[in-house]
Design a protein around this ligand. Structure first.
Ligand code: GLN
Length: 447
């Protein structure tokens, strides 16, 4: 059914960079045999999945939607994907994304933009736009995305699907091609909260191969699928619902908050004004880490190498100049600048201090609240072709998501309505570290 749907809609939506229909069918047969022989059970056995193209899949192209990795077939599979395979998942292919996960619209992909299945003139959001569009267009029942500054939660909002960014350290980053290593997390995208919790339960694991992996007491997320928010303390950051938030987005979210209140949740506004520093802090830290992480793409070890060059340095320079797109270059320049001697203290160190203050502000909020409600983005999905010309404006659109990464917190986006153009509106629920179950339980109200 997934393949039939892909054949129907993929030419319009462009969710995938790589499709492996034959491999998927073959694998489905193998899994079916294991199920028939009683060797495999579980909710994901035989269920197809789409994987964001920044997660390594052994032998299958893994491009990060970049020209520089256009021919890269990894020798190993990312731990999160391996966990899925062990549960019997069938990989349909690799999904389109902003190049190296840098962007908010999936338009920085070298392989052309993905379109929003609700309206093909609009973007699906980003950077996990391919994964979210694939789920929204029913090409795949679920997908994996990655979230460094909102890349699961924002496109989930734009595509009307559910996406979870887990607590930092919950899902192994082994085999996830790094963007901002201290912020990156893999998470599930699906049609509903139940599916998302089920997938999270499968991909989350302690992994010694990832030095930032955390051994958690429990990896049970599905027991939170209960319809009960009585007494749940919900905080609404005043600053998130003021100027800059589209009126229809606000209206839809506040209507959903009313539903929670009617069901017995205790809702209160509070001050989180410190988060206005999140955007500058995030773009300094993420770019700094990206400039370091992307140094490995030099045309020597793997990926694209320029055809003609004179000497080693010229080879590096030409391979990187031709292999990276403009947004990636912007981040590398910004990152190298803020890490360079003389500027390190003024920018990078200051950003790290800001990060610590933001974490503190959230710690304080979670003394009073179980869940924080926020938009996932200031607007619904913008039209295609309108965002890339003004990078600063695009960065400002990340205002509601990036502080969650800076603080390492879990967040979920669920659909709560549509705007007058028929585009989905999402609501973000933010939890304290290791408290995915509270946001899952609250989200489950709308299932
Ligand atoms: N839009 C943000 C950026 O460009 C976040 C991307 C992400 O989460 N990968 O950095």
């Amino acid at each position: 059914a997934s393949i039939a749907q892909i054949e129907k809609v993929e030419k319009d939506v462009n969710s995938f960079v790589t499709l492996d229909k034959e491999g998927a069918l073959k694998r489905a047969e193998e899994v079916q045999k294991l199920i028939d022989d009683g060797k495999l059970t579980g909710p994901l056995a035989g269920v197809p999945v789409a994987i964001k193209d920044n997660m390594c899949t052994q032998g299958m192209l893994t491009t990060c939607s970049s020209k520089i990795l256009g021919n890269f077939r990894p020798m190993f599979t990312a731990e999160a994907v391996k966990n899925l395979e062990e549960a019997g998942a069938v990989i349909l292919g690799k999904t389109n994304m902003d190049e190296f996960a840098m962007g908010s619209t999936t338009e920085t992909s070298y392989y052309g933009p993905t379109k929003n299945p609700w309206n093909l003139e609009h973007v699906p959001g980003g950077s996990s736009g391919g994964s979210c569009a694939a789920v929204a267009a029913e090409e795949a029942p679920y997908a994996l995305g990655s979230d460094t500054g909102g890349s699961i939660r924002q496109p989930s909002s734009f595509c009307g699907v559910v996406g979870i960014k887990p607590t930092y350290g919950t899902v192994s980053r082994y085999g996830l091609i790094a963007y901002g290593s201290s912020l990156d997390q893999i998470g599930p995208v699906a049609k509903d909260v139940t599916d998302c919790a089920t997938v999270l339960e499968t991909i989350a694991s302690y992994d010694p191969k990832d030095s930032t992996s955390i051994r958690r007491d429990s990896y049970d997320f599905t027991s939170a699928l209960v319809d009960d928010v009585k007494g749940m303390r919900i905080g609404i950051p005043k600053d998130y619902f003021g100027d800059g938030l589209d009126a229809e987005v606000k209206e839809n979210i506040l209507r959903a908050v009313k539903v929670l209140e009617e069901k017995g949740a205790v809702v209160e506004e509070f001050d989180l004004s410190l988060v206005k520093y999140a955007i500058p802090a995030y773009y300094v830290i993420a770019s700094a880490e990206a400039s370091s992480n992307l140094a490995r793409f030099d045309g020597v070890k793997y990926g694209y190498r320029t055809e003609e060059y004179e000497g080693l340095h010229n080879m590096y320079k030409k391979s990187r100049s031709e292999g990276f797109g403009p947004e990636v270059k912007r981040r590398i320049m910004l990152g190298s600048f803020v890490l360079s001697s003389g500027y390190y203290d003024a920018y990078y160190l200051k950003a790290l201090k800001t990060k610590a203050l933001i974490k503190k502000a959230f710690d304080k909020a979670f003394e009073k609240y179980d869940v924080i409600v926020a938009p996932a983005a200031p607007t619904t999905a913008p039209e295609l072709g309108k965002s890339l010309s003004d990078p600063i404006k695009m960065y400002l659109g990340d205002i509601y998501t990036i502080s969650v990464n800076l603080a390492g917190l879990p967040g979920i986006t669920i659909p709560v309505g549509k705007d007058s153009k028929g585009l989905p509106v999402g609501m973000q629920l933010i939890g304290n570290c290791f408290e995915e179950n509270k946001i899952i339980q609250t989200a489950y109200t709308f299932e």
